[in-house]
Design a protein around this ligand. Structure first.
Ligand code: ATP
Ligand code: MG
Length: 567
């Protein structure tokens, strides 16, 4: 490809919307262009990268026995009524009606579509197990679309669904996808960690997430170096702690005027925040009730664990308003679990504390020397977010915390969809039974940006060779110089013949400008034709190491060809 004929749209400055390096670089390098919040156009170079990532995924999915199809993004409401998700999915689902008032949505995921497809098309149990997948555009009206492709409202996903006769079969299909995902992310060069993930109301240990490690990741991972335990913080648990061996003191109400936050109250009463508890009131819209949640003062409530404990839905759970708190005869800033007229959920850790501080449900008052069971009770469960240093639930050693970007998730669905949607097969006893399903997603466009997040420097993107938009670029210092032009064209013809994806920069621009441009775009090899062109010598610059070497054209081209052939 000649640069003069390409749609190159590199930018000097990043648009203001871009807050993280990978987003800035994808825009500045002209890989994509923003349309509206969370929606992007892929430009030629970006599209080539996207296609290469797709192809690696496709190759591994096919090798694992997957069958590729392509479904529409448009899905009728009836399918979602059948699965029961039309009312449950919440505002992320993009819904609309056609001219006949028939309701539709743009698919945020395709469980309903694939379940009915399998129901209608898999005729014999002999076809099972089967794994069907697609690489297709998804729509989610995210509350906060941000960080470019990381959290878009329109994004590319590879989604696969497996259909098995029984749980044992599902275990095999699931492991197959676990191994396949590991191969895919390894081939893509990502530094990643596989973690146990929350499975919501399905329960069990039937889900893993693949996390690209990065400080800008929205997910937190808790892991143990000693035994390898790793879990998303939403799911992570920890080893139970011992109860404090303290003599229980008498409960006492003390005046704490205007001291509302844990910080204020612990300073005012001169106690460590870990000797206080906080009580949060939530409105659970699914079960239509107010609930109180009690955790240690210096802890955070893990809302995913809470949703599971309540059998609710995260889109339908909100902190209660002041008026709602008052309806429980309490007051914001002074809420406590004693004599509170609603269901009370107590984090396990609180039950091990002695003589702590808690709100007295009266403006300007707290209790000191409070104790669980003696002064209040409630349903005890694990409700807090884990933190660095918590003890590993498997081996008891202190755990670490790291951030990650969820690039993929695999999930044992079991019969959650096949049962209500009657996706069945006839078993050996002649009975109609639901197929046992798994689902497996990879965020293709999010993966693309995660690669940039892990592969960039001060000058721009450093694409790994196997996903780079082009392998090499030939840059003559001055294209109007006869010998430089001749050597460039010779290199261009030869590399093309060898199957190298190569660009010839035939633009009439300053060499510094051209070098900067390609470094920003992240082309792995730059072949520079300069002063020694007449003698057949060039410079070869490696984008990753930034090392430059003077070589004969033949030797330089051999290095590129050898590298490309080895991917
Ligand atoms: P998240 O927790 O990040 O919102 P999710 O768990 O809702 O993601 P899944 O339903 O598991 O997402 O979708 C499969 C994959 O699709 C995710 O692992 C992620 O890589 C990708 N993905 C999900 N939402 C988005 C989005 N808004 N933009 C880009 N990629 C996304
Ligand atoms: Mg997920």
């Amino acid at each position: 490809m000649k640069a003069s004929k390409m749609l190159i749209s590199t930018l000097k400055e990043a648009p203001q919307e871009a807050k993280i390096d990978s987003h800035v670089l994808l825009l500045r390098a002209g890989m994509m262009k923003s349309q509206v919040a969370g929606v992007y156009q892929f430009l030629p170079l970006g599209l080539r990268v996207l296609h290469k990532i797709e192809q690696i995924i496709r190759e591994e999915m096919d090798a694992a026995g997957g069958i590729e199809i392509l479904c529409s993004a448009l899905q009728p409401k009836e399918l979602w009524i059948e699965s029961g998700r039309w009312s449950k999915y919440g505002p992320e689902l993009m819904r609309f009606s056609d001219r006949h008032e028939r309701e539709f949505c743009l698919g945020p995921t395709h469980e309903e579509v694939f379940t009915t497809l399998a129901r209608d098309l898999i005729k014999s149990s002999k076809s099972l197990p089967m794994n069907i997948y697609q690489i297709q555009t998804k729509y989610r009206d995210e509350r906060r679309p941000r960080f470019g492709l990381m959290r878009g409202r329109e994004f590319l996903m590879k989604d696969a669904y497996s259909f098995d006769k029984d749980e044992k079969g599902l275990d095999v299909s699931y492991q197959n996808m676990y191994d396949t995902y590991s191969k895919i992310f390894t081939r893509l060069g990502l530094h990643y960690q596989v973690v146990l993930a929350d499975t919501g109301n399905i329960g069990g240990n039937g889900s893993h997430q693949f996390m690209a490690l990065s400080d800008i990741g929205e997910s937190e991972i808790v892991y143990c170096d000693a035994c390898g335990y790793a879990a998303d913080v939403e799911k992570a648990t920890s080893m139970p702690i011992e109860a404090e061996a303290e003599e229980k003191l008498l409960l006492e109400k003390v005046s704490t005027p205007n001291q509302r936050t844990i910080e204020e109250i612990s300073t005012f009463l001169n106690v460590n925040p870990n000797k206080t508890v906080k009580t949060l009131i939530y409105h659970d819209y699914v079960n239509e009730k107010l609930v109180a949640v009690v955790v240690r003062g210096d802890r955070e409530v893990n809302e995913v664990k809470l949703v599971n404990a309540l059998n609710s839905n995260e889109n339908y759970l909100e902190l209660a308003s002041d008026a709602e708190i008052e309806s429980l005869h309490s007051v914001h800033g002074f809420v406590g679990p004693k004599d509170l007229s609603c269901d009370i959920y107590v984090d396990y850790e609180v039950t091990k504390l002695s003589n702590f501080v808690m709100g007295a449900n009266e403006k300007g008052y707290h209790y000191i020397h409070a104790n669980f069971e003696r002064d209040f009770t409630g349903k005890v469960c694990d409700l807090r977010k884990n933190v660095e240093g918590d003890l590993c639930p498997e081996c008891g050693k202190p755990m670490k915390l790291e951030r990650g970007i969820e690039v993929g998730q695999i999930f044992k669905l079991q019969t959650k969809y096949s049962e209500p949607m009657r996706c069945t097969y006839v078993n050996e006893e002649g009975k109609n039974v639901p197929m046992v399903m798994g689902c497996y997603g990879i965020g293709v466009s999010r993966t693309m940006q995660s690669i940039v997040e892990q592969y960039h420097d001060a000058y721009g993107i450093q694409w790994p060779l196997n996903v780079a938009p082009y392998h090499a670029v030939i840059v003559p210092i001055n294209y109007n110089d006869e010998s430089q032009q001749k050597l460039s064209l010779e290199a261009y013809a030869y590399l093309n013949k060898e199957g190298i994806e190569v660009i010839l920069d035939d633009r009439n621009a300053k060499p510094g400008f051209k070098f900067k441009d390609w470094e920003l775009m992240g082309i792995p090899y730059m072949l520079i034709c300069g002063k020694r062109s007449e003698e057949g010598f060039v410079e070869l610059k490696n984008r990753r190491t930034l090392e430059k070497e003077e070589l004969s054209l033949k030797d330089a081209m051999d290095i590129i060809i050898k590298a490309v052939k080895s991917i």
